[in-house]
Design a protein around this ligand. Structure first.
Ligand code: FO1
Length: 318
């Protein structure tokens, strides 16, 4: 492994808003070019014939300094005139796509129709927006997260946005996963990484689809000694989204311990919030090294501090 922070190659397994906020801190600690984010595409969906990749866009907009700070997704100061007009025509507008955001989905869809893989499209979009972090979709092949609920099998965005995460989740599946291969560069980035960070993202619908792509979980396991995960659960609740309800409905403990238990064979270090300090001993018994710190990313200093902690935790452990 290289000596200084400036030489480290870092891979982050990333979902949407939580991962984007973490990456915002990480680019203040190391150079963007040192970072590869492998991003979940199980949330991807088509609206009006356009290909939308919410987690890739959330991370991209955040790192470009363009994200809507109120929602954590979409573009800041975007307008909704296109959807207002679509609503007049009777189209569904429950998935809110702003006017400038639509340009991203148009551009992605145009390039896809020309046969370009998602990884290359993402590279071009990031280049246009000046994003220095390398963003890789977990796969160029289509994978769709679906949730089995008492209301039936729901595509992810219908569960998440249309129905407001109100349904009990009995199981989660990733359609297309058996045929999905890691996008070009994914396994190589993991193999050569000095540090792999599992972002504070939902373990079931953000991180699990990435790990389910052929070869990715094995690649992480091989790097367990330099892998760290950050709990998305703080004080028994998720900062954002349905992770806590999913832990409960899938029969797991609704706590940072429940998440640690899922990652026990994949990472060496687990970072929990200070409000969960009393869980540290139990988590250590899972054979994980535990770091207790502030994980709630309320502002830039907190994002930077959490990123610094994640980087140093693994370096110090070696
Ligand atoms: N989340 C919502 O809660 N409501 C929306 O209408 C919505 C629209 C949307 C459009 C583009 C985009 O990139 C993300 C969007 N999200 C919306 C967020 C998205 O559903 C979730 O952040 C992720 O899929 C979960 O990580």
């Amino acid at each position: 492994m290289k000596g200084s922070l400036n030489d480290l190659r870092i891979v982050v397994l990333a979902g949407g808003v939580g991962a984007a906020r973490f990456l915002e801190g990480l680019v203040q600690v190391v150079r963007p070019e040192q970072i590869t984010a492998i991003v979940n595409t199980g949330d991807d969906a088509e609206f009006y014939g356009l290909y939308v990749s919410p987690d890739l866009d959330t991370v991209m907009y955040t790192l470009a300094g363009l994200v809507n700070p109120e929602t954590g997704w979409g573009l800041r100061d975007d307008t909704m005139q296109c959807q207002e007009q679509l609503a007049r025509y009777g189209e569904d507008v429950w998935f809110r796509l702003g006017d400038r955001d639509l340009a991203t989905h148009l551009r992605r869809s145009i390039l896809r129709q020309s046969g370009m893989p998602l990884s290359e499209i993402t590279r071009r979009l990031c280049e246009s927006l000046g994003v220095g972090v390398r963003l890789l979709p977990m796969s160029d092949d289509p994978v769709r997260t679906v949730l089995n609920t008492p209301a039936g099998t729901l595509p992810f965005q219908e569960y998440f946005v249309l129905r407001g995460q109100r349904d009990e989740v009995r199981s989660v599946h990733y359609r297309g996963i058996a045929e999905a291969r890691p996008a070009p560069g994914v396994l190589e980035a993991m193999r050569t990484a000095d540090l792999i960070i599992v972002a504070p993202s939902n373990p079931f619908v953000s991180v699990a689809p990435i790990l389910a792509v052929k070869g990715i979980q094995d690649a992480l396991q091989k790097k367990q000694a330099c892998a760290v995960a950050i709990s998305p659960i703080i004080g028994g609740a998720a900062v954002k989204g349905p992770a806590a309800e999913m832990l409960r409905s899938l029969g797991m403990e609704v706590s940072a311990y429940g998440v640690a238990n899922r990652y026990r064979d994949l990472v060496k270090t687990f970072i929990i919030d200070q409000v969960d300090a009393e869980l540290a001993h139990r988590i250590e018994r899972l054979d994980l090294q535990v770091i207790v710190t502030q994980t709630l990313m309320t502002g830039q200093p907190e994002k930077r501090a959490l990123a610094q902690c994640a980087v140093e935790s693994v370096l110090l452990a070696r």
